[in-house]
Design a protein around this ligand. Structure first.
Ligand SMILES: *[C@@H]1O[C@H](CO)[C@@H](O)[C@H](O)[C@H]1NC(C)=O
Ligand SMILES: *[C@@H]1O[C@H](CO)[C@@H](O)[C@H](O)[C@H]1NC(C)=O
Ligand SMILES: *[C@@H]1O[C@H](CO)[C@@H](O)[C@H](O)[C@H]1NC(C)=O
Length: 339
């Protein structure tokens, strides 16, 4: 009986075929209890390579300490952070006075560098975004009681220093922020008209991995933005194929320890998924700790205005190097696809 012997030999090698050929299974959710979630570091197979560019390597675009020239952000609504009694493990950046009801505030949920559980690590940067009429919710309660932006000199590494010892967050905290805004958490008299149809998940470095994990299989999130970030554990890049919403990367050039990761992820996104990748020679720490978050602040606002408000001039900053205020004129490398 030749058929049976064929069957038997196929069955005999089946486990081998399965072990070698089948893709790893897809988890249902992005939260798995690990730092950064399913896109996180995973099991370290080998000790991390040392001797490459460090966390604080600084390119020519890394800012110098200097005076602050804005207070509350450069946008139309002066903004500040606060702790909301109905969301105590987070820090909320919003206009100080609710904008008119005609203004809908898109939402940005944010994971900090190092996945630190302190919501004031990126104060200048997130205040700048909020001042354009956004509700920004960072993981972790405030690390201090009131805003320090607007006073004193900027220190580009202050955020990093202030986050030491804060403990680490989990991607579920980004999901908790999305739950809060979509289930009527924000008081309309305090924040204004929150636009739950336009929610982005974003983060810097380890926080970018949290943003990937929170966006995974959550169709409420319409945009994912990674700052100085990308998958570290290469065996997890297959998860990128599950992303359904546009993705933006802001990297810090070849001195950025995460630059090769973001560069690798961009072409691995699903075919046809709109994406943008920009890179500025700062190193891993970007320009977040300078006035308004510096060039990263300006670029992040333009990306959000393009994506969530359909602003044609903001779009041109990415797609037309000759346009007014284009990222290329600010020394960014920029590439887009699928838009
Ligand atoms: C904020 O102020 C309160 C009361 O003065 C104090 O107990 C608390 O430690 C302060 N929190 C921070 C983060 O500085
Ligand atoms: C706040 O977040 C931290 C870090 O994820 C967690 O350990 C802690 O349990 C959270 N606290 C509350 C009240 O949820
Ligand atoms: C921009 O692209 C050029 C050419 O690939 C590369 O040499 C340079 O390092 C890039 N700069 C940044 C900041 O990524």
């Amino acid at each position: 009986m030749p058929q049976i012997s064929t069957l038997v030999s196929v069955l005999a090698v089946l486990p081998l075929i399965l072990a070698q050929g089948s893709p790893p299974s897809l988890p249902a959710k992005g939260e798995n209890g690990e730092i950064g979630g399913i896109f996180g570091m995973g099991q370290m197979r080998a000790p991390p390579k040392l001797g490459g560019p460090g966390l604080t390597a600084q390119g020519p675009e890394f800012p110098k300490p200097g005076p602050r020239t804005t207070n509350g952000g450069s946008g139309p609504y002066k903004a500040a952070f606060s702790l909301d009694p109905s969301l105590l493990n987070h820090t909320i950046y919003a206009p100080k006075a609710a904008p008119p009801a005609s203004v809908k505030l898109p939402v940005l949920v944010f994971g900090n560098g190092g996945c630190m559980n302190t919501g004031t690590m990126f104060e200048d940067f997130l205040t700048e975004i909020a001042s354009y009429g956004y509700l920004v919710i960072a993981n972790g309660p405030p690390g201090r009681n009131s805003s320090t932006s607007g006073s004193g000199a900027t220190n580009p590494l202050a955020g990093l220093m202030s986050a030491m010892g804060a403990g680490q967050s989990r991607p579920i905290q980004l999901t908790q922020s999305v739950d809060w805004v979509t289930k009527g958490g924000p008081d309309v008299t305090k924040y204004g008209n929150v636009d739950t149809a336009h929610i982005a998940a974003a983060g810097q470095s380890c926080g970018g991995l949290e943003a990937y994990s929170a966006s995974y299989h959550d169709d409420r999130i319409k945009l994912t933005i990674l700052f100085n970030s990308g998958v570290i554990a290469e065996e997890k890049t297959y998860l990128l194929k599950e992303l359904k919403a546009p993705v933006g990367y802001f990297l810090g050039g070849p001195l950025d320890i995460a630059y090769p990761n973001g560069e690798r992820d961009y072409p691995l996104l699903p075919a046809g998924l709109p994406a943008m990748k920009a890179s500025l020679d700062t190193g891993h720490m970007g320009t977040y700790g300078s006035t308004g978050g510096g060039k990263f602040g300006k670029a992040a606002v333009a990306f959000l205005e393009w994506q969530f408000r359909g602003d044609a001039r903001a779009k041109a900053k990415f797609t037309d190097p000759a346009s007014e205020g284009s990222l290329v004129k600010d020394n960014w490398n920029v590439t887009t696809k699928g838009f």
